[in-house]
Design a protein around this ligand. Structure first.
Ligand code: BTN
Length: 225
């Protein structure tokens, strides 16, 4: 595992996309601040300086790229497992790429890349920030808000990068990760709309496709009705 650290960069996802040729598989790029952090659906990802984990990692391994459909949700589930290990209660995974705690968003994931060449998994995890200004579709929270203590960002970063590397190398999204997801499924039983289809969420398949009514989806923007 290679780690590149920035005090400030426009976007760690963008950095990897621009340099993917010269970077090796499983390079992690971390920043204490992003001047142009990107969220899903062309939204921005704002984060106060020095308070949160803002990182991306590069996937070049063809075996993992083949599993791109489960990479986002697999990573979200691994982060949820990690947060539970850290003592956070009521951690839920919201398909396909968010981690919630008590109905608030603690982590978002943005998957980009060029198939089948490479993928970039970008992660914004709220750690020590306690106040969030702006308009949010879902209210944010952080590890500090939930546990009432500060975290050493460097130590947490090392632990999380090792945890992710270990599980992603094993492509361990099935088995334990899938079982964890099923027990922490934020959308289960909810009435949703996805890709113009409405229905109740019945769970996910072993390939991490969401089951809505009698339909299965491997991607899409989901709205709770
Ligand atoms: C979302 O909209 O929920 C996804 C947010 C992803 C934010 C992270 S922060 C690190 C990486 N670099 C970016 O510009 N975005 C991702």
């Amino acid at each position: 595992m290679e780690i590149i650290n920035f005090d400030s960069v426009d976007s760690t996802n963008k950095y990897i996309k621009e340099n993917h040729d010269s970077l090796e598989d499983l390079t992690f790029v971390n920043a204490l601040f992003q001047s142009n952090g990107k969220g899903r659906e062309d939204r921005v990802w704002n984060s106060d300086k020095n308070l949160n984990l803002l990182f991306s990692f590069l996937i070049k391994d063809k075996n993992i790229i083949k599993k791109y459909k489960s990479l986002s949700i697999g990573t979200a589930t691994l982060i949820a497992r990690f947060l539970e290990i850290k003592g956070i209660k009521n951690v839920m995974v919201k398909w396909p790429n968010d981690v919630y705690v008590n109905n608030k968003k603690i982590c978002g994931i943005l998957l980009e890349g060029e198939m089948p060449k490479y993928l970039v998994v970008g992660v914004g995890l709220n750690v020590n920030q306690t106040e969030f200004k702006g308009d949010f579709r879902v209210p944010p929270t952080s590890m500090k808000n939930e546990l009432k203590n500060d975290f050493d960002l460097n130590k947490l970063k090392d632990e999380l990068f090792s945890f992710l590397t270990k599980h992603i190398k094993q492509i361990n999204f099935e088995g334990k990760t899938l079982r964890f997801y099923s027990k922490h499924d934020y959308l289960l039983g909810k009435n949703v709309e996805i890709n113009k289809v409405k229905g109740f969420v019945k769970g996910i398949t072993k390939d991490f496709e969401i089951i809505v009514g009698n339909n299965k989806f491997s991607s899409g923007e989901i709205t709770i009705l």
